[in-house]
Design a protein around this ligand. Structure first.
Ligand code: F1P
Length: 541
């Protein structure tokens, strides 16, 4: 994540060109944040990237007057709690959402985030902004070189993401747009861009706006350029990351064990916290269904204060269903309604001090009549003690007091992300959802995931051509042995059919490796509860 300045010929986060680009965007953001005119800063993305756009807009609206920040996320606020992968493919929806939030604004700083440089929703928005540079200043944040941006057709459009990124790269060289695309290295779980990709997204966004918040200090500080300040800020994340893993590893491993025990006993994990840490817990829970084929009940997130604290654009949307209830009171109700057979893990993040102590409490608990309020039923207490005072003093002279506070909050939020991500990832690995670092039981719920699934099938069935792997995927999606019946359906139809289904990719892998019929593959898989064991034994036997 925080690699040296170059990786091969690619630029990493600490490369001076990347630092300069972040600094330039921070200067523009600062002008937007202090201007009295009717302008806006809009952050946008799909899935995790959209949720982090929301999170950043939420945090900075708390400290910057005038509610300057807004966000768009494919699928709307529903996507903050339940994965809405299909709207990611809709570049028109992206444009319409952008027009809606920027109507009546004079100038807009638009930051489009797509970790893999792939989301059509964001591509549409960036292209629209590039056509209207008198109003919009577009910035693309992602973690691929432009030549590796997605080059697959976007439904109903003649451009691909790569075309849009190439156009933006050209305009960036003319100083009209901005491109922040360091290479951050492969994800530990292939394709799980919520991990490193998500973390570096936060690092970049928070650095931009915290620097902007403190621009008055930079301009009065003759001894330091804004690029030097940016580098110093990035180093505080690097240092925090080192401190975090040095202090948290053993506690994390116990928490992962607790959480996986819950899963093994068909029980759930509940992430709870306050403010930004709680938002991280909710985001973490939301990502598990598309990443691991988890159910919406397997992991859920809750925030103290519910929607009043969450501050999303559409407000209280609990009327959409059970999984949109996010308050700690909702959790208390839920726990009351669950029977004694459940062995849920509740992870409550509590900050003992905002600067140097970071406490985590988790409990694999047994229920009793008294267990109605947090945190009486917590059983295991894990203390992760980190001294951030050195980190704080390294930025003390660079930031305003509100900048320092925001920066420390941001460091705590990123540590919260690492805790929640480690537990949910670790627990899913323990129950066999990952094979050779591939999340083999993913949902085939949008174009990107459709193409990724074909790659995963080929990875485990190396003798299959791309066409054969696609055929097996289609047979699995439609539950048929006659691919000719479904081959001519559109990718959109394939995705619609696949989205509600379980074990689509594992079934296709078994069919491909055994060259067997659909029913036989299902029967072979049904003999195993754990996908990793099933595939290891079936595919290698
Ligand atoms: C957006 C995203 C991911 C999600 C899944 C589907 O990716 O929603 O957040 O985990 O891979 O795509 P990106 O546009 O940020 O690359």
């Amino acid at each position: 994540m925080f690699e040296p300045r170059t990786c091969g010929k690619e630029k990493t986060l600490f490369n001076s060109d990347i630092i300069d680009e972040i600094s330039k965007v921070a200067e523009i953001a600062s002008a937007f944040m202090t201007s009295e005119s009717n302008n806006a800063i809009v952050l946008s993305g799909c899935g995790t990237s959209g949720r982090l756009a929301f999170m950043t807009a939420r945090s900075f609206n708390q400290v910057v007057p005038g509610q300057k920040f807004s966000y768009t996320i494919a699928g709307g606020d529903k996507a903050l709690f339940t994965s809405q992968e299909a709207p990611e493919d809709d570049r028109n929806a992206g444009v319409q959402d952008l027009i809606r939030v920027t109507g009546g604004k004079e100038k807009v700083l638009f930051i489009g985030i797509s970790v893999g440089l792939s989301a059509p929703y964001v591509a549409g928005q960036l292209d629209y902004c590039m056509d209207k540079l008198d109003k919009y200043t577009p910035v693309l944040v992602g973690f691929n070189p432009v030549n590796l941006a997605r080059n697959i057709p976007i439904h109903g459009w003649e451009k691909t993401f790569r075309d849009v990124a190439t156009r933006l790269e050209k305009m960036t060289s003319q100083g009209k747009t901005f491109l922040i695309n360091p290479v951050v290295g492969g994800e530990a779980i292939t394709g799980s861009s919520r991990m490193k990709g998500g973390s570096v997204t936060i690092v970049i966004l928070q650095t931009i706006f915290t620097m902007a918040l403190s621009a008055s200090v930079t301009s009065s500080n003759d001894s330091m350029t804004s690029s030097e300040m940016c580098k110093a800020m990035l180093e505080t994340y690097q240092k925090t990351c080192q401190l975090f893993y040095a202090s948290a590893s053993s506690a994390l491993s116990s928490m992962i064990t607790n959480a996986s025990e819950s899963f093994k006993q068909e029980s759930s994990i509940y992430n709870v916290g306050s403010d930004g840490s709680a938002v991280m817990g909710i985001i973490d829970a939301t990502e598990c269904p598309p990443t691991y084929g988890a159910t919406l009940d397997d992991i859920r997130g809750f925030i103290l204060g519910g929607y009043d604290e969450f501050n999303n654009a559409e407000g209280d949307i609990r009327c959409m269903g059970e999984h949109f209830k996010i308050g700690s009171k909702d959790l208390a109700e839920l726990l009351k309604s669950r029977g004694h057979k459940y062995k849920d893990t509740i992870i409550v993040l509590i900050m003992a001090s905002s600067v140097n102590v970071f406490v985590e409490i988790s409990g694999l608990f047994e229920r009793s009549e008294k267990e109605l309020a947090l945190p009486t039923y917590l059983t295991d207490v894990f203390v992760i003690s980190m001294d951030l005072s050195e980190v704080k003093s390294s930025v003390a002279s660079l930031l305003t007091p509100s900048g320092i506070k925001r920066h420390i909050d941001s460091l705590i939020e990123i540590c919260s992300k690492w805790i929640f991500n480690a537990i949910s990832t670790g627990a899913h690995i323990c129950i066999g959802k990952v094979l050779h670092n591939y999340m083999v039981d993913l949902k085939v719920s949008n174009r990107k995931l459709f193409h990724r699934s074909i790659g995963i099938i080929q990875r485990f069935c190396p003798t299959l051509s791309e066409t054969e792997a696609t055929d097996y995927l289609l047979q699995s999606i439609y539950g048929t042995d006659d691919v000719e019946l479904v081959k001519n359906n559109s990718i959109q139809q394939h995705i619609q059919q696949a989205t509600p289904q379980d074990r689509v990719v594992p079934t296709a892998i078994v069919m491909g490796s055994k060259r067997c019929l659909y029913a036989h593959a299902c029967q072979l898989l049904s003999n195993h509860h754990v996908i990793r064991e099933a595939l290891s034994s079936i595919v290698t036997s």
